[in-house]
Structure formats: C-alpha cells, structure tokens
Ligand binder design. Structure first.
Ligand SMILES: [Zn+2]
Length: 260
C-alpha cells in the first residue's frame, strides 16, 4: 500500500470508537494531517506510551483511503517524548496553546518546515526547564506570526507614519490589534487599554523585532523583565486571537492558571 513517512509532532489526541485514537499531527513533509491509530487503546504493545500530546515521532502513514478519506498511522517510533511537559500544568497549558495555534492555522498538505522546527524547538526548551515559559511563548508567537505573514507593522506609527526611532523620549506605543500595527503615543491615547489596543514600550518593540530576525538559539536567549513579559504576552495573545479569527480554548486555560 503506498504511503509516506515523516517526522511528526502530536498536536491533539482524541479517543474514537471503542479502541481507536484520532491524532492531529504537524508533519515535516506534509503539514498538518489527521490520522487514525487503529486499536491504539486496545493493544498495549502497538503504540505503547508514544501517542501522548507533544510527543515527536518518526511515523509511517498510509495515503488517505479513497473510501473514508482517512489517513492511517501504520508505524511510529518516538524520537522525543517531551515527558517533563506533561508533568507540569503550566507547561501543558503553554504547549497546548502553541499546538492549537498550529492546528487551527496550518492547512492539510501545506508543508511548513520552518514552523515544524520552531514548534519542535520551543517544546524541547519547555521540556528542558532551561527557559522561562513566558519568554518561550513570546518567541513562539512572534515567529509564528512572521511565518504566517501576520506579524504587525512595527517600524512606524500606522496613523501618522512617524518612524518609531524618531519619537523623542521613551514614549509608550500601542499595538492596534485591528489595524495590525503600532500606533504612537499621540495617535494611540484614545481607547488605550481596550481589548483592541495594547500598550507596548519602545524597548519591547525593539526586543520583538530582534527575536523575530535573529537565529533561533540566539533569539531564545532574549530575556524580558517581568513588566515587559506581562505587557508583551497581553499584546501578542490578543493579536493572535484576533488575526487567527478564532477562539483558542487552550489560551483561556493558560490565562487562568499561569504564574507570573
Ligand atoms: Zn502617530
């Protein structure tokens, strides 16, 4: 039977019928796919312990069947369990949010290799315990939005067109969610703090741009102050929700349980 093999990250797992499991996966070769693991919950041996959320696999799939349209997971070997993520509620919440963003945005058969490597990288770092969860989420969202072509314009005010570098002092800028970019302190005062307008310091805007353009391992070393972290996540999470035009369920959980 023809098919294909690919590294794959498990984005979501759903029980199906009596013994089967349905998986949403981000694959390196074919973007997002939905595949069925037959008898995964019946046989202890078949996929023992490897079909957990956020696991990275080397997997072999059938092509979608002509009759049901369903892709079948034939074989899988775990390449990275990322097991420490599943032992910590806040880590699970961040990983679930990133996975849901990917699952909702990437289309089937739309190869997104840079996004695959980005998701793998932040899961690896989250699992390692060597990075702040919030800083990883800033890194992921900034680079995800860039890959998705949705990154907000940050070089100049969207309204008066003044370049951010030419503003004097240390002005508070605003991320105007609906306009998809930065507005300056003169143009952005009205409606500040609303759901669609989030304050950002100029220093934080510069940090976003650096995180966006630098090599991944270097970008990951960027550290944010507690205030910048809170401001940055509030702006990015509002922006992601608005521009992906969807309610992201796992974000609500994350916002309820995370520690600052
Ligand atoms: Zn302006």
């Amino acid at each position: 039977m023809p098919g294909f093999s690919s590294p794959a990250i498990i984005l979501r797992r759903t029980a199906y019928a009596e013994y089967d499991t349905i998986l949403d996966l981000l694959t390196l070769e074919r973007g997002r796919i939905t595949a069925m693991a037959k008898n995964a919950r019946k046989s202890k041996k078949r996929f023992a312990g490897i079909l957990e959320p956020f696991c990275c696999l080397d997997a072999v799939f059938t092509d979608p069947s002509a009759r049901s349209g369903m892709t079948i997971l034939k074989e899988a070997a775990m390449t990275a369990p990322f097991g420490a993520i599943r032992l910590n509620m806040e880590k699970v919440a961040y990983a679930s949010y990133w996975s849901e963003m990917v699952n909702r945005w990437v289309k089937e058969d739309d190869t997104q290799s840079a996004l695959f490597h980005l998701l793998h990288y932040v899961l690896f770092m989250l699992d390692s315990g060597k990075a702040s969860h919030a800083d990883l989420s800033i890194l992921f969202q900034v680079r995800f939005m860039t890959l998705a072509g949705l990154f907000p314009g940050m070089a100049a005010c969207r309204v008066c067109k003044t370049e951010i570098d030419r503003l004097s002092g240390s002005p508070t800028l605003y991320l105007d969610i609906a306009r998809g970019g930065i507005v300056c302190h003169r143009c952005g005062g009205e409606g500040a703090g609303s759901q669609y307008r989030k304050p950002l310091s100029r220093g934080l805007v510069k940090q976003f741009l650096w995180v966006r353009e630098t090599d991944l391992p270097q970008a990951e070393r960027m550290r944010f102050t507690a205030a910048a972290r809170e401001q940055g996540l509030a702006a990015l999470e509002a922006f992601v929700t608005y521009h992906l035009a969807m309610e992201i369920k796992s974000l609500k959980v994350l916002q309820r349980i995370r520690h600052w």
